[in-house]
Design a protein around this ligand. Structure first.
Ligand SMILES: NC(=O)c1ccc[n+]([C@@H]2O[C@H](COP(=O)([O-])OP(=O)(O)OC[C@H]3O[C@@H](n4cnc5c(N)ncnc54)[C@H](OP(=O)(O)O)[C@@H]3O)[C@@H](O)[C@H]2O)c1
Length: 282
């Protein structure tokens, strides 16, 4: 495993295991399989509601807690100082751990500054090792990095060959905020894993297209958290540290950029409305 060092000195595995789409009854088995396969970063969120299953898998795995990097995200229904603080303390109990490695505010809408203040306090109290943001476009990341007491360590955003965020990456580098890719494989949509350009590269390196994409993220200095319930894919997605893409192959992948989300834009009022409704949910 390779690690990135966050702006507060904490080390985070560059590849992690995302648990968003897993069936609840499968989560414990999947996280256990992932830890056995060698994953040391588990990415979840309050909105996925699987803290107990993850905590149980961590215990059963026998992997020392300090070797595991556990990330969660505060859901928009828990935004605001008090609710965020209480919900993260509850998460710590549900995980059955003493601390969480990284907590992100999940969306850039509503009272995310209030939430972030609660995360800062939990960080100062040692309950959280690092704090950050998710789905913040560059201008909002700069806003947070400029005005918060603790600069975000990570911004987790949609990022894959069709939406590469090249200019945004420059801003993140300038502010030393680590970018982390959600949907790093584009959720295998729009034939991303069958693209002839990527297949040709994969053939030459004797790797799968998924491995080529993950390697491309790593060489850009971007952390990625692919998800799958399949143990074979879990192993495949970790087997990306024994080869290097040439500059010309990196360039060829760069040309696939469509500079557009595959899902939704966080600057679209329809997206804001969607999350405003979520904020009203329990
Ligand atoms: N911050 C946010 O707002 C946010 C939003 C979405 C996701 N996330 C996080 O990001 C994680 C990953 O994102 P994601 O699951 O949406 O997208 P993803 O990792 O890009 O794609 C997952 C899909 O790729 C397939 N896949 C995985 N490895 C493969 C391989 N080696 N070969 C072929 N297909 C493979 C899986 O198929 P099978 O299911 O068939 O194995 C699954 O359908 C989530 O689990 C979650 O933790 C965060």
């Amino acid at each position: 495993m390779e690690y990135v060092t966050l702006n507060n000195g904490i080390k985070m595995p560059i590849i992690g295991y995302g648990v968003n789409k897993l069936e609840k009854e499968e989560t414990e088995r999947c996280v256990l399989d992932a830890l056995n396969a060698g994953y040391r970063l588990i990415d979840t969120a309050q909105s996925y509601g699987n803290e107990k299953e993850i905590g149980s898998a961590i215990k059963k795995s026998g992997v020392p807690r300090e070797e595991i990097f556990l990330t969660t995200k505060v859901k928009i229904a828990n935004f605001g100082y008090e609710k965020t603080k209480a919900s993260v303390l509850e998460d710590i109990e549900k995980f059955g751990t003493d601390y969480i490695d990284l907590v992100l505010v999940h969306q850039p809408f509503g009272d995310y500054f209030g939430s972030y203040k609660a995360l800062e306090d939990l960080y100062f109290e040692g309950k959280i090792k690092a704090i950050g943001i998710s789905n913040f476009y560059a201008y909002k990341m700069v806003d947070m990095a400029s005005f918060a007491r603790v600069k975000p360590a990570v911004n987790q955003v949609e990022l894959h060959p069709f939406d590469q965020r090249i200019e945004s990456k420059e801003w993140h580098d300038k502010y030393e905020v680590q970018m982390q890719a959600w949907a790093p494989l584009g959720q295998a949509r729009v034939n991303m894993l069958e693209l002839p350009e990527l297949r040709e590269i994969a053939r030459r390196y004797k790797k799968s297209v998924a491995q080529i994409i993950l390697r491309w993220h790593i060489q850009r200095g971007i952390s990625a958290i692919p998800g799958t319930p399949d143990p074979k894919f879990m192993k495949e997605n970790l087997d990306v540290f024994d080869f290097f893409l040439t500059e010309s192959d990196m360039e060829r992948i760069k040309r696939l950029d469509r500079e557009r989300s595959l899902f939704y834009s966080h600057t679209d009022p329809v997206t804001v409305e969607f999350f405003a409704k979520k904020a009203a949910e329990k």
